[in-house]
Design a protein around this ligand. Structure first.
Ligand code: PRP
Ligand code: URA
Length: 208
């Protein structure tokens, strides 16, 4: 699939293995999510648009660059929260807008419970943050919300994707690039990614 980018970076592969390990405790798990999010966002933002900016060094004036477009980080609650800090440190002027969605355990369909987006879009480019893209329902619903809000440049940054969810995104929102640490094999009968890393929300927050 053309718009899916699986990170080729050895640091990402190394950290992903630690993240998958069921013995990894919540504190370490959160640290890994934070670090991997920054590495993946670095890759996902390689095509950000720049504009010229004059700057005076201690020795001379020269022409530098600054980011042209306002960026928004959109974590999907809860598990996306852990991806914010590492990326925000790289782009401190980004806005952060939270979207609350949970997956109904029976239907596996996303249920929206929090959205405080203002009427007019305030950003030009949105990075949706969620470690897990399983059936793809949550990712598709979030892109729907952002498009209705009026944002047209949207990227998804996650840790793991399943072929089923990637196919749904390809069908519903083919223009949205998806940046992941890896694409796993498949979903199990409860909609969990295999081999996966378990429940990304529970493992970060010590619940479940
Ligand atoms: C998880 C995950 C995604 C969603 C992915 O959230 O963080 O948001 O499931 O599944 P999907 O691709 O099938 O929609 P969950 O519903 O477990 O909520 P939580 O983050 O609050 O634990
Ligand atoms: N959500 C998770 O946290 N993990 C999965 O494997 C699938 C959905």
């Amino acid at each position: 699939m053309a718009n899916i980018h699986s990170s080729p970076h050895p640091l990402v592969a190394h950290k992903l293995t630690l993240l998958r390990d069921k013995r990894t405790e919540p504190k370490k798990f959160r640290e890994l999510i934070r670090e991997m999010a920054a590495l993946l966002a670095y890759e996902a933002t390689a095509d950000l648009v720049l504009q010229a900016k004059q700057v005076e060094t201690p020795l001379a004036e020269t022409t530098g660059s600054e980011l042209k477009e306002k960026i928004g980080l959109v974590p999907i609650l809860r598990a996306g929260l852990g991806m914010v800090e590492g990326i925000w440190n790289l782009m401190p002027s980004a806005e952060v807008w939270h979207i609350g969605l949970y997956r109904d355990e029976r239907t596996l369909k996303p249920v929206e419970y929090y959205n405080k987006l203002p009427v007019e879009p305030t950003i030009a480019l949105c990075l949706i943050l969620d470690p897990m893209l399983a059936t793809g329902g949550s990712a598709v619903a979030t892109v729907d919300v952002l498009k209705r809000w009026g944002v047209h440049k949207i990227k998804f940054v996650g840790i793991l994707g399943a072929p089923e969810g990637l196919a749904l995104m390809e069908k519903q929102h083919p223009e949205v690039p998806i940046h992941l640490a890896a694409v796993d094999e498949r979903l199990n009968e409860r909609g969990y990614i295999l081999p996966g890393l378990g429940d990304a929300g529970d493992r970060q927050f010590g619940t479940g």
